[in-house]
Design a protein around this ligand. Structure first.
Ligand code: SAH
Ligand code: SF4
Length: 378
């Protein structure tokens, strides 16, 4: 059976080459061709021995994901919809800024956590992406962008695992993908510029600290368990106290000396002055010394049938001010790519509509999405 080489980090590729009776440096050469030059054909790989170039096509290949669509926003944001088969699609978003280019990558088709305010959560869980499917998003976007922007140099400088899915519920596929992002023979991104965002899978935060400690963002959204339980159902398993302990455990390994806490602003739900005061007490008082952190307030992006609304601009500003004055560095996330629905949490609704559409066009049955934990609790 032919293996897709995008599935491997360098260690995996080395083992694969060894099975073929090839030396370690051949794996490095191959890895560099694929991830530094974007090569997909072995006959382009001019410094590989001819015998190897002839042998490889019978045992392996390099294959990205089919692109279902691309949308370009007026602000330079680009969103791709990739087909991952079986009627599932995932989205990837490129966000250019003056000093960086950030790629937002998906880790799963759907998500099992089922957060109340997230359209991916409402869609339910379909399946984990493989390492190759996670990396294919970066591989495709980087080499597309180099051509599109006529850049001889690397375009993507930052990766955030903030697309569809809970990355720490797909840990085994995530780790080799992260290692490849960091590898100097591949994308060579610094650990500070690769961020894993999680709703709080406590044991996996601890494993990540040991295996591949990149920057960590934790989706908090509430200052106490009573409020967080219904918003982020995983909180029932790993409540706030344990989650903040995991953050303290992570910090010594982390590439930055703080954790980023994300907080989605929901009108009348978690955005009141008393919530800001409680959040301050929680983060500054945990285990009496507090958790070194920054807070990122995310204006809620509404989607159909969410039954929720975004807090007004002045409420968000007041909330940020309370936290800042209390000594927590707090920023409000800018929305990007609004005109193409590329903002946080808008991804899946769109995917669902389009995959349904594609299926209908193909004369197939519409896809059934599993009920989320949220739906069963409601
Ligand atoms: N599953 C991970 C990463 C993907 S979600 C996590 O939850 O952290 C990335 C971020 O988008 C999270 O902080 C999430 O809370 C936020 N988000 C989800 N839906 C949103 C919405 N509708 N509006 C604003 N932010 C949203
Ligand atoms: Fe999953 Fe994150 Fe959405 Fe929650 S916010 S449902 S963890 S993708």
């Amino acid at each position: 059976m032919s293996v897709n080489l995008l599935e491997f980090d360098l260690e995996g590729l080395t083992a694969f080459c060894e099975q073929l009776g090839e030396k370690r440096f051949r794996a490095v050469q191959l890895f560099r061709w694929i991830h530094q030059k974007g090569a997909a054909r072995f006959d382009e790989m001019s410094d590989l021995a001819k015998s190897l170039r002839e042998k490889l096509p019978s045992v392996c290949h390099v294959k990205g994901l089919p692109v279902l669509s691309r949308q370009d926003s007026g602000d330079g944001t680009i969103k791709w919809l990739f087909d991952v088969g079986g009627g599932d699609a995932v989205e990837t978003v490129f966000i250019p800024e003056s000093d960086r280019g950030t790629l937002c990558i998906s880790s799963q088709a759907g998500c099992a956590v089922g957060c109340r305010f997230c359209s991916t959560g409402h869609q339910g869980f379909s399946r984990n992406l493989t390492t190759g499917e996670i990396l294919a998003q970066l591989w495709y976007a980087e080499f597309f962008l180099r051509k599109h922007l006529k850049s001889p140099e690397r375009v993507i400088t930052n990766v955030v695992m903030m697309g569809m899915g809970e990355p720490l519920q797909n840990y085994n596929a995530l780790v080799p993908a992260l290692r490849t992002m960091l590898d100097d023979h591949a994308y060579g991104l610094s650990r500070r510029r690769v961020t894993v965002s999680t709703s709080g899978v406590v044991p996996m935060i601890e494993r990540l600290a040991r295996d591949v400690p990149v920057a960590l963002a934790v989706s908090l959204h509430a200052p106490n368990d009573t409020l967080r339980d219904p918003l982020v159902p995983l909180n029932r398993k790993y409540p706030l106290g344990e989650l903040l302990d995991a953050c303290l455990y992570y910090l010594p390994a982390a590439p930055r000396d703080f954790i980023t806490f994300e907080y989605c602003m929901l009108e009348g739900v978690n955005d009141q002055p008393e919530h800001a005061a409680e959040l301050l007490r929680l983060l500054k008082g945990h285990r009496s010394r507090g958790v070194p952190c920054k807070v990122n307030l995310i204006p809620f992006n509404p989607f159909p049938d969410s039954g929720l609304r975004c807090s007004s601009r002045s409420v968000v500003q007041d909330f940020a001010q309370t936290l800042n004055e209390g000594g927590l560095v707090t920023t409000v996330r800018k929305t990007r790519g609004d005109d193409i629905d590329a903002a946080c949490g808008q991804l899946a609704g769109d995917v669902m509509d389009r995959t349904q559409l594609l299926r209908r066009r193909a004369g197939e049955q519409p896809i059934r999405f599993l009920p989320t934990s949220k739906d069963t609790q409601a």
